[in-house]
Design a protein around this ligand. Structure first.
Ligand SMILES: Cc1cc2nc3c(=O)[nH]c(=O)nc-3n(C[C@H](O)[C@H](O)[C@H](O)COP(=O)(O)O)c2cc1C
Length: 174
């Protein structure tokens, strides 16, 4: 798929088929995350794959929405704050930026494979951390449900509700 077509095709899928995702496809989306750039190439991330009924219910407990229950697989993306680059001049931590790039690689690669995803950040981090005994230095950044689109959910949202370029791009001066 051409890159802009891929960007158009990716959308937030909130209705999944009750069908497991093949291991090779999960590995492929994780490979896309692995290849993502990161500040100073520190790669401050960990990706937890959850597919079992018990694991899925522990994820869902942190984000209680009906739609998410249909997802057969979750990738939970964690930032490792011990490994992330901090800018010396102001100690700004770039873990969130690094994780965002890797997570979007996952979403775009999944789209190319005919899979749907949705960024989910509005979960309860304390619940997620306690349900998976997450060590202190790892911060859950996003839950990414992964699966095949259901018949209804799979309707392509190719026409995106986005600001126009003229609203968001300034040339030479702000
Ligand atoms: C950082 C981030 C956090 C998000 N968190 C949630 C979330 O908690 N729940 C949800 O349903 N969608 C969430 N979304 C999805 C956005 O609502 C969605 O990307 C946006 O409305 C644009 O729609 P599209 O993804 O279909 O193009 C999140 C997206 C981003 C980038």
């Amino acid at each position: 798929m051409k890159f802009l077509d891929l960007c158009n095709e990716r959308f937030s899928l909130r209705d999944y088929q009750n069908k497991p995702v093949e291991k090779e496809k999960i590995e492929k989306v994780l490979e896309a995350a692995r290849l993502a750039p990161s500040a100073v190439n520190f790669q401050p991330w960990v990706f937890l794959v959850v597919q079992t009924p018990d694991g899925r219910s522990r994820v869902i407990e942190s984000y209680k929405r009906d739609w998410i229950q249909s997802a057969p697989c979750f990738v939970v993306a964690f930032a490792n704050r011990q490994e992330s680059w901090k800018r010396k001049v102001d100690m700004k931590d770039f873990a969130d930026v690094d994780l965002s790039i890797a997570i979007e690689h996952i979403c775009l690669q999944a789209t190319e494979l005919g899979l749907g995803t949705c960024w989910v950040c509005n979960f309860d981090p304390a619940t997620l951390k306690s349900n998976f005994n997450v060590p202190e230095h790892l911060e859950p950044i996003a839950i990414i449900p992964l699966g095949y689109p259901s018949e209804n959910g799979g309707v392509s949202k190719a026409i995106k509700n986005r600001k126009q370029l003229s609203e968001i791009v300034k040339w030479e001066t702000l």
